[in-house]
Design a protein around this ligand. Structure first.
Ligand code: GLC
Length: 551
């Protein structure tokens, strides 16, 4: 399937729309909003996991891969969703969590009951001594990455929460089980697959981390990961030509991603990489406060764009997802220039080379949660981090300020639809409070505004669908050293595009060779195209030229 012409809308199902009043979003809620999503013009909807789960990590702790959690609905609802979306030209992408299962999963339960077949599905090791885990690796959600099982006198590995036990991909049965799950969902009509933290599945060795860190150098892009993906591909999605895949690749490299998402490597269609979303981590530590480093953001996006394109490999394009604070609060200006900066970020994301993702709420410029108390948070990572920072002696106020900027719950607050109770999300009690400014910013209000952010997304998506240059054109970095403007060109046959985006509230002027160019899109009125382009706060312009051969 051609992928560079696709645009994906991501729904965090728990927070999108609650049809039955239990405070959780559900599938019927989404079905009721399909017309809204269709208006945006996207090709796929990616759903975070909705299968049975104890919900310690909101569904990424899977208890049963092939049954829908009743709180989201039923298998019939999924079938209706696929059908109704299909009528609107939209395909459904599901999330496959294959690095780990919930400890409630039947495989794990059999494993700890001593069944050797299922024990080999997981990573059990002897400790180094009484009460001492096999190595010093840390879980990504805080604390040791190993948990002791007394009846086995062994420890199991969990790179994430203690309730998320890592699968043992060295056992070929694990890959076969995962392939069966993909095939099951394909049969149901699912046409997109997102593979959760899939570059962590090959654990190279189990040595102590000499830096007393989490051990990531031993399992990130591990020694057999490409082999495992090729096998999964051959046994499942690679058998169909109407499927799109994307892998989530934490801490990865361009060299590996060129393999993961290369044109003919037999692995995946595309990758999410995250380096560009760590430009506000002080010394690489997420739990700090720092304004984002614009030059670094630019350098990273440029190197990934050009590095992937040289190899014919494909990036997913995104500034938001369910693990990130809202980009508009992070890289834009969610107060005075909310609309301008929301649209500017949309331009960057939609006009680069790759597959753009729009995360629910992004299209109306929804900002961070702005919670006042730890009692409002639900995310396991945030709650663990709160406890760790408390223990280290940090003041409550400081911790809350950090969570306010960095917690994943910032990106998970319920969708504000209207002026109704709970902004029309639920008639019950929302599982997570709405963002503080949710009443001020709603879908209803944004849609009623001809100059709203939704309208900009719609327009940019339509352009992407219409124009080969946006899909297939090459990406050329521009103004590499400019301290406030993100600029690039796209080139396709006799067509050229120049994209100029001011990332700051200060006006600036840039030099560009604009002869023959006209304005394709701008987030301000009255744009004058010239070689000295004046860019107002968060202004972004897309210029286009088509050369006609002389007769
Ligand atoms: C991915 C998911 C995240 C989850 C983690 C463990 O990073 O996006 O939400 O917590 O994997 O499954």
């Amino acid at each position: 399937m051609k992928t560079l012409d696709k645009v994906v809308y991501q729904i965090y199902p728990k927070s999108f729309c609650d049809a039955d009043g239990d405070g959780w979003g559900d599938i019927r809620g989404v079905i009721g909003k399909l017309d809204y999503i269709q208006k945006l013009g996207v090709d796929f909807i990616w759903f975070n996991p909705m299968t049975i789960s104890p919900q310690n990590d909101n569904g990424y702790d899977v208890e049963d891969y092939c049954q829908i959690d009743a709180r989201y609905g039923t298998m019939e609802d999924v079938e209706e969703l696929i059908e109704e979306a299909g009528k609107r030209g939209i395909r459904i992408m599901f999330d496959m969590v294959f690095n780990h299962t919930s400890t409630h999963h039947a495989w794990f339960q059999k494993a700890i009951a001593g069944d050797p077949v299922y024990k080999d599905y997981y990573i059990f090791k002897k400790g180094k001594g009484e009460g001492v885990p096999p190595n010093n690796w840390q879980s990504k959600f805080g604390g040791p990455a190993w948990e002791y099982v007394p009846q086995l006198d062994e420890w199991y590995l969990h790179l994430f929460d203690v309730s998320q036990a890592d699968l043992n991909w060295e056992n070929p049965r694990v890959c076969e089980e995962c392939a069966d799950i993909v095939n099951f969902w394909y049969e149901k009509g699912i046409r997109g697959f997102r593979f959760d933290v899939i570059n962590l599945i090959s654990k190279g060795c189990f040595a102590d981390d000499p830096n007393l860190f989490d051990g990531r150098q031993y399992y990130t892009d591990g020694p057999h990961v490409h082999e495992y993906l090729k096998r999964l591909n051959a046994l499942s999605f690679g058998r169909y030509d109407d499927v799109m895949t994307v892998g989530e690749m934490g801490n990865t490299t361009i060299e590996n991603c060129v393999q993961y998402a290369g044109a003919d490597t037999g692995e995946l269609d595309s990758v999410f990489s995250f380096h560009h979303l760590k430009v506000d981590y002080k010394d690489g530590n997420k739990w700090t406060l720092m304004p984002f480093d614009f030059m670094k953001l630019k350098e990273l996006l440029f190197s990934w764009q050009t590095g992937m394109q040289e190899a014919g490999a494909t990036n997913a394009l995104f500034f938001n997802n369910h693990d990130q604070p809202r980009a508009i609060s992070r890289f834009g200006n969610d107060k005075q220039y909310r609309k301008e900066s929301g649209k500017m970020l949309a331009v960057v994301n939609m006009m680069m080379r790759g597959i753009p993702y729009v995360y629910y709420g992004e299209e109306i410029g929804l900002p961070n949660a702005d919670f006042d108390s730890i009692t409002q948070y639900r995310d396991v990572e945030s709650l663990n981090r709160y406890a760790i920072m408390k223990e280290e002696g940090a003041a409550e106020e400081e911790i809350l300020a950090i969570l306010n900027a960095k917690s994943r719950d910032n990106g998970r607050t319920p969708m504000p639809w209207s002026d109704d109770e709970n902004c029309g999300f639920t008639s019950g009690t929302p599982w997570l409070p709405l963002a503080k400014r949710a009443g001020e910013i709603t879908v209803e209000k944004d849609l009623a505004d001809p100059d709203g952010i939704f309208a900009a997304y719609k327009k940019l998506i339509a352009l992407r669908h219409e124009m080969s240059i946006i899909q297939d054109g090459s990406f050329i970095p521009l103004l590499q050293d400019h301290p406030s403007v993100f600029a690039f060109a796209r080139q396709w046959k006799e067509e050229s595009m120049i994209v100029l985006c001011n990332f700051y509230a200060e006006e600036t002027t840039v030099h560009a060779e604009t002869e023959g160019y006209t304005l394709l899109y701008g987030n301000y009125e009255d744009v004058i195209v010239s070689d000295e382009m004046k860019l107002r706060p968060y202004e972004s312009v897309v210029l286009y030229r088509k050369d006609v051969e002389a007769e």
